[in-house]
Design a protein around this ligand. Structure first.
Ligand code: ADQ
Length: 753
C-alpha cells in the first residue's frame, strides 16, 4: 500500500493542480463573458441616449433628461443611469443611484477630455457595481456631457458559485476515475505479477512448488520467472543427485569426519530441510565498546562448540535468539544471514526477544529454575509463575518462527537443550508430519528432584512431543524414563527404551557429545603463540596447570582454587615452580548467584595469590574474559595438566578440547567423576572436587607422573576423542532419528499423575 501511495501521490498532486487551474480558468472565462455582456448592454444604452438626445445636453433640458433616465429604470440588472453636462454637473439621475453622484468622479475628466468611454467598478451601499461612462459628443466634436450607467453584478456570484461547484464535482469524479484506473493498471501490470512471483519464491523455498503449475507470467517479469524456474529445477536435480552419490560414498568411508557426516545428511535427509533451534546463537555481532565498530564473536558455549561443525558440514538453518548488540545490522529482511560470516555454510535466523522475555524465559525460568534443577550442586532452583508464563510464551514464539520456515515435506527439526522443553509439542501440534528431536545437554535429575518443579507435568509432556530425546549418558536416560513412568500418565517400554503417551512414542537414547578434533591447528603453527605466552606471563621452566570455563557454579572453579592452595601448602617444593592459569568467560551475569560467584572467585584468587606469592611469582593467573578458540588453543598446548573439576556436568567439552590439542601426548587431564566426559575418558586422572585434600594429591600425582604413563594415558584418551568425535555423535543421532517414523499424539492436554 505504501509503495502504491508512493507511486500514486505525485500523479494525484499533478492532476489535482492541473484540474484546479483548469477550473479557475473556466470560472474566469465565464466571469469575463458576463462582464462583456454587461459592457455591450451598457454601450447600447449609452449610444441610444447619445443619438436621440443631443439637444437635451445643449439646452440642459432636465425634464427630458429625467424622463429618459426613468425610462431605463426597469431594464434587467440595470441599477441606474445618470446624465451629466459638460462641466460634470448632474442633469438627471435614477433614484437608486442618486447617492453615487455625490462622490468624486475623477474618470469624468478623462472621458470628457479624451472623448472615450470609461468602464470600471464602484462601491455603493456595500455592493459592487459595474460602471460604464460614455461621452456625448456634439456634431462639431464638442463634448456635451456624459451618460453613466451602473449595473448590478451581484447576480454573478451565485451563477459562478454554481458553476464552480459543478466543475469541482466533475473534476473530482474525473480524478477518482483516473486514480481508480491507475490502481487497476498498476496492480495488473506490477503488483499481481510481483506477488505471484514472491509467493512462488517462498513456496519454492519451502519445497511446495512440485505440485504447482508452472509460473505463467508474461512480459519482463514473465522472463524473470521463467529463469527462476530453470534455476529451481536444476537445484532440485542437483540436490537429488548429491543425495544418491552421498549414499555410495558413505559406505566407503571409515572414520567420522565432516565429509562423512555431509554424505550421511545428504543420503538420509536428502532434499529434506534440516533445522536446528537453540537459545544461544553460534555467531554474535557485538559493538566493540572501545572502537564503536561491530565485530563477530563465537560465544563460550558447549552447544555452539558441538553443533556449529555439524551445520557447517550439512548446511541447513539454525534458529536462535539474536542477543548481540549489533545483530540487527547484519540480517536481511527475514532476519537471516549466512554464517560463518566469511564462509557462508548455513543460514542463521535470529529471533528478537525483549528485555521482559529475556528476563522471564532465559535468566528466570531457564537459568534460575531449570539449570540448578538439573545439576546436583545444592543451589536451590527458583520457579516463579510469571517466569514460567514467559518461558511458555517464548517457546510459542520460537515455534511460530520455526513453523514459518518449514517446507511441505518431511522437515527435520533438531532442538537444543532445556530452554525449549515445550517446543517439540508445539511444533507437532501444527505439523504432525515433522520429525522432531531434542538433545538435552545437561544432566537429567532423578524423579524425586523432577517432582519439585511445579511445572514438571507440562515439561515432560512438552518433551514427549518429540520423536527422539537424546542425553549424554545412559544414567540420564534412565532418570528420564523413570521420571515419566512415576510422574506422568504414560507407558514406558523398557525394551525399546521409549515412552508412549496418548498413542505417541518417543525414543530415549544416550549420545555422548564430542568435539571436532580435526579443527586444531598443527602444533608447529602454534609454537610461536606458545612462546609468546611463556614470555608474556613469565612461565619459563614452570609447570602449568590450566582451567577453561564459563563462570558457573557447576564448574567447580572455587574448589579448584582451594585444591591449588592446598597443593602448595602440602607440597611447598612446588612454590615458584607451578602456575595455575584460569581462563574464565563471564556468563549469566544478570543472575545474582552468578554475580556473587564471580566476586567470590576474584576475592579468593586475590587472597591465595597474596598468601603464596614470592617475589615476581604468584601461583594463580586469572584471565577473566571471553577468548576466541584460536586464542585458547595455545593455552591447551602450554598446559602440562588441565583441570576439569565440575561439581556436575552433562559432558564437559573442555576436557575433550584439551585432549584433542595434546598431539605430543605429554599432558595430563584431571577430570571430575561427576562429568559426563568421565564415563568415556577413563584414562584421565579422576578427581572428586568436593574432597580438597584428595584433589590436591591428584594435582601432585599429575605433576609427578612419569612421562611414559602420561604418553600412554594421553594416547588412549586421544583415540577416544578422535574416534568418538562430534561427527560420529551427529551421525548416530541422524541415523537413529531418520530410522523413526514421525508419530503424532492422539492429542489430549497434559495431565500430571
Ligand atoms: P557448557 O556448560 O557451556 O555446555 P562446556 O561443555 O564446558 O560447557 O563447553 C564450554 C565451551 O566454552 C568450550 O568449548 C570452551 O572452550 C568454551 N570456553 C570456555 N571458556 C571460554 C572463554 N573464556 N572464552 C571463550 N570460550 C570459552 C553445556 C553443558 C556441558 C556440555 C555442553 C555440550 O553444560 O556439560 O558438554 O553443553 O553438550
Amino acid at each position: 500500500m505504501k509503495r502504491f501511495l508512493f507511486f500514486l501521490l505525485p500523479i494525484f498532486i499533478i492532476l489535482t493542480i492541473g484540474m484546479a487551474v483548469f477550473g479557475l480558468l473556466q470560472v474566469r472565462f465565464e466571469e469575463d463573458k458576463m462582464i462583456d455582456d454587461l459592457r455591450r448592454k451598457a454601450k447600447a444604452i449609452a449610444e441610444s441616449i447619445d443619438a436621440s438626445s443631443l439637444h437635451l445636453f445643449m439646452e440642459r433640458d432636465t425634464i427630458l433628461a429625467h424622463r429618459i433616465v426613468d425610462s431605463f429604470q426597469k431594464r434587467e440588472r440595470l441599477q441606474g443611469c445618470a446624465l451629466f453636462d459638460s462641466t460634470g454637473a448632474v442633469l438627471a439621475v435614477t433614484d437608486r443611484i442618486a447617492e453615487s453622484t455625490k462622490a468624486d468622479k475623477p474618470h469624468h475628466a478623462v472621458v470628457l477630455e479624451k472623448g472615450v468611454p470609461y468602464e470600471g467598478w464602484t462601491e455603493l451601499n456595500g455592493s459592487r457595481f459595474f460602471v460604464y461612462a460614455a461621452p456625448v459628443i456634439g456634431e462639431n466634436g464638442s463634448r456635451l456631457g456624459i451618460v453613466e450607467i451602473l449595473y448590478d453584478t451581484s447576480y454573478q456570484y451565485p451563477v459562478l458559485t454554481v458553476l464552480w461547484r459543478r466543475l469541482s464535482v466533475a473534476l473530482i469524479v474525473m480524478l477518482a476515475a483516473i486514480v481508480a484506473s491507475l490502481f487497476v493498471i498498476q496492480r495488473k501490470l506490477f503488483t499481481v505479477p510481483v506477488l505471484r512471483l514472491t509467493e512462488w519464491f517462498s513456496r519454492f523455498y519451502r519445497d511446495e512448488t512440485d505440485s504447482m503449475h508452472p509460473l505463467r507470467t508474461t512480459g519482463e517479469l514473465g522472463r524473470l520467472a521463467s529463469e527462476v524456474e530453470q534455476i529451481a529445477l536444476s537445484l532440485r536435480v542437483a540436490r537429488k543427485s548429491i543425495s544418491s552419490k552421498a549414499r555410495v560414498r558413505l559406505s566407503q568411508e571409515e572414520r567420522w569426519d565432516d565429509s562423512k557426516l555431509r554424505n550421511l545428511v545428504h543420503a538420509k535427509l536428502g532434499v529434506n530441510a534440516f533445522f536446528v533451534v537453540s537459545n544461544r546463537e553460534p555467531y554474535i555481532h557485538e559493538f566493540d565498546l572501545s572502537t564503536g565498530k561491530a565485530r563477530c564473536v563465537r560465544p563460550a558455549s558447549g552447544v555452539v562448540t558441538a553443533i556449529d561443525p555439524i551445520l557447517r558440514a550439512s548446511g541447513g538453518t539454525w534458529i536462535a535468539h539474536g542477543s548481540g548488540t549489533a545483530d540487527r545490522q547484519f540480517v536481511n529482511s527475514k532476519d537471516k544471514l549466512g554464517v560463518p560470516p566469511d564462509d557462508n555454510r548455513y543460514i542463521l535466523k535470529r529471533i528478537w526477544l525483549n528485555k521482559q522475555e529475556e528476563d522471564g524465559y532465559y535468566f528466570g525460568f531457564s537459568n534460575e529454575g531449570l539449570w540448578p534443577w538439573c545439576h546436583i550442586t545444592h543451589t536451590r532452583p527458583i520457579f516463579r509463575a510469571d517466569n514460567w508464563n514467559m518461558y511458555r510464551d517464548v517457546n510459542r514464539k520460537f515455534a511460530d518462527s520455526v513453523l514459518d520456515e518449514l517446507p511441505v515435506k518431511n522437515p527435520y527439526i533438531f532442538i537444543q537443550d532445556y530452554h525449549f522443553t515445550l517446543l517439540g509439542r508445539m511444533i507437532k501440534e501444527k505439523r504432525p508430519d515433522a520429525s522432531v528431536a531434542l538433545f538435552w545437554h545437561i544432566p537429567w535429575p532423578n524423579p524425586e528432584i523432577v517432582a519439585i518443579c511445579p511445572y514438571y507435568a507440562e515439561i515432560l509432556d512438552g518433551m514427549l512431543g518429540c520423536d527422539l530425546i537424546g542425553f549424554h549418558a545412559q544414567v540420564h536416560c534412565n532418570n528420564f524414563l523413570e521420571s515419566a513412568n512415576r510422574l506422568l500418565e504414560c507407558r514406558v517400554d523398557g525394551e525399546r527404551f521409549s515412552v508412549v503417551r496418548n498413542g505417541k512414542e518417543t525414543i530415549i537414547r544416550s549420545f555422548p557429545i564430542s568435539i571436532d578434533a580435526s579443527m586444531d591447528k598443527p602444533e608447529a603453527e602454534s609454537r610461536a603463540d606458545v612462546d609468546r605466552l611463556i614470555k608474556e606471563f613469565n612461565l619459563e621452566g614452570k609447570t602449568i596447570a590450566l582451567g577453561v570455563d564459563r563462570i558457573d557454579y557447576t564448574k567447580g572453579i572455587i574448589e579448584r582454587i582451594l585444591a591449588v592452595d592446598r597443593f602448595l601448602e602440602k607440597y611447598p617444593e612446588y612454590r615458584r615452580k607451578f602456575v595455575f592459569i584460569q581462563i574464565a568467560a563471564p556468563s549469566r551475569t544478570h543472575i545474582k548467584r552468578y554475580h556473587d560467584l564471580s566476586g567470590e572467585i576474584d576475592e579468593l584468587i586475590e587472597k591465595k595469590n597474596w598468601k603464596h606469592s614470592d617475589g615476581d611469582w604468584k601461583p594463580i593467573l586469572y584471565l577473566r574474559r571471553h577468548f576466541t578458540p584460536d586464542v585458547i588453543h595455545p593455552f591447551y598446548l602450554l598446559a602440562d595438566l588441565c583441570i576439569v573439576s565440575s561439581l556436575h556436568d552433562g559432558m564437559n567439552l573442555v576436557a575433550k578440547e584439551y585432549v584433542s590439542a595434546n598431539r605430543n601426548r605429554n599432558g595430563v587431564l584431571l577430570l571430575s567423576t561427576f562429568t559426563g566426559a568421565a564415563r568415556e575418558l577413563v584414562d584421565a586422572v579422576p578427581i572428586n572436587p568436593y574432597s580438597i585434600e584428595e584433589f590436591a594429591d591428584k594435582i601432585r600425582q599429575a605433576v609427578e607422573m612419569p612421562a611414559e604413563e602420561k604418553r600412554s594415558r594421553m594416547k588412549s584418551l586421544r583415540n577416544t576423542v578422535i574416534e568418538y568425535n562430534v561427527y560420529r555423535w551427529a551421525g548416530n543421532i541422524i541415523t537413529e532419528w531418520t530410522g523413526l517414523q514421525p508419530s503424532a499424539p492422539v492429542g489430549e492436554s497434559p495431565k500430571g499423575a
